[in-house]
Design a protein around this ligand. Structure first.
Ligand code: SF4
Length: 422
């Protein structure tokens, strides 16, 4: 099989993994490091190319092999799937990545693999590829390596020395669903690998406090992916799990990947006509609240319903359930209180606090203050029903039903969905 054919098979095989963002790393290389290294990214974490379905493609996203011993029901590469199979060699991957980089097609490599042999053997191949890229290829671009659950501690530690980011995919939110849909996987092994990455990150961080020249270990941290809609768990279960992963293992990102039902034909899977993309979108918004808006998982879904509202975003839904919290008076509100207001983001909340220090709002006229708010980045279309400035409301929507209708009408308008780190 020629390289082009392999590329076509193994790029298609990798496309269901959502974890393809690069972030927070200044670039690294082995023997050739820093700005002289090939692929050095002056601006960290730039992802600038997207597929039609919204997935990032600035990384060359490949499987080392789509040969797999496992039979995960939701995965096109499962052993029982009748698909063409292929495997790269490490050398082929190095040449391909360097060539793509030289042509300016990509900024880095995302490399995962099917479990074609023992986990240690598969992990060795991924590490060998990353190491050869850094050393032989003098590649300073971004590398995201998948940790193969079940691979040994030594290998996990070595992987982080060559990669910017590591990830261990959980895939399903409960051990019951793993048992049913991915019977060869188990939560204990997956969490064990995450714990190992986290512990090693911590150790390197500690060493850095007292020693010079400590090598970088996965400077972009670790992430994971959850498949949404292949198993029956509700959003509450998923959000609680994500919150626990951020707390316990210091994950940078949890990615949510809507289950793609096409051609699966497995009776263990739900019979759905289309991937639950709206649900995926809401989970990303809820996740954003956990990471940047100081919400707890319990606050994100503290109502009776186990699922996120499909008509309004999770922050607006929280505000409607907690109208007693509003109006928020902009002249006095803390940063944390400002973050709770629909239409005020982390950047605009910070700007408001800074502007107050500079004397804005106090002496200003009402219209000037509102105009100033717009310039500070506040979306007054949303915020107007939840704030006062010097005791004055901008607008009142009446009852919560009416307000819900207004917010539903604004849903998606002007909101940036923060799918990927930049
Ligand atoms: S281990 Fe499961 S999810 Fe991973 S490639 Fe094999 S079948 Fe797919």
């Amino acid at each position: 099989m020629d390289l082009e054919e392999k590329l076509s098979i193994l790029a298609a095989a990798a496309k269901y993994d959502a974890s393809c963002a690069s972030s927070g790393s200044e670039g690294k290389a082995g023997s050739a490091s820093g700005k002289s290294a090939l692929g050095y990214r002056a601006a960290a974490g730039v992802c600038h190319s997207w597929t039609g379905d919204g997935r990032c493609v600035s990384l060359l996203k490949l499987l080392y092999s789509n040969v797999c011993r496992f039979d995960c029901a939701y995965c096109v590469n499962r052993v029982s799937s009748d698909i063409p199979r292929a495997s790269f060699t490490s050398q082929e991957l190095v040449e391909l990545t360097v060539e793509f980089y030289r042509r300016n097609y990509i900024e880095g490599l995302f490399l995962s693999s099917g479990i074609f042999s023992d986990p240690d053997v598969v992990m060795e191949k991924l590490i060998q590829t990353a190491k050869a890229l850094r050393t032989q290829g003098a590649f300073g671009g971004y590398i995201h390596l998948k940790i193969i659950p079940g691979s040994g501690e030594r290998l996990i530690r070595e992987a982080g020395l060559w990669a910017d980011r590591l990830s261990v995919n959980i895939e399903l939110p409960t051990s019951g669903s793993l048992k049913k849909l991915a019977p060869q996987k188990d939560g204990k092994t997956i969490f064990g690998a995450m714990g190992e990455v986290n512990e090693t990150e911590r150790e390197y961080g500690e060493d850095r406090k007292t020693m010079r020249s400590v090598p970088e270990f996965a400077p972009s941290g670790q992430s994971t992916q959850l498949v949404i809609g292949a198993s029956p768990e509700d959003d509450r279960t998923i959000i609680n799990l994500s919150g626990a992963l951020y707390r316990k293992f210091g994950l940078r990102r949890v990615y949510y990947s809507a289950f793609m039902p096409a051609d699966r034909g497995d009776p263990r899977l739900p019979d759905i006509a289309a991937p639950p993309l709206k649900r995926e979108h809401r989970l990303y918004q809820a996740d954003w609240l956990l990471r940047f808006y100081h919400f707890t998982p319990q606050e994100v879904l503290d109502g009776d319903t186990p699922f996120l509202d499909t008509l309004i975003d999770p922050k607006a839904a929280w505000a409607l359930r907690h109208l007693e919290f509003f109006p928020v008076e902009l002249i006095r509100a803390s940063y944390e209180e400002l973050l709770r207001v629909p239409g005020i983001g982390a950047v605009s909340a910070r700007r408001i606090v800074e502007a107050r220090r500079g004397g804005a709002f106090g002496a200003a006229s009402r219209s000037l203050s509102f105009d100033r708010l717009r310039r500070l980045g506040v979306s007054l279309k949303r915020a107007r029903y939840f704030i006062t400035v010097a005791g004055t409301f901008i607008d009142r929507a009446g009852d919560s039903g009416k307000l819900r209708g207004i917010l539903a009408g604004l849903d998606g308008e002007g909101l940036q969905l923060p799918l990927f780190d930049f």
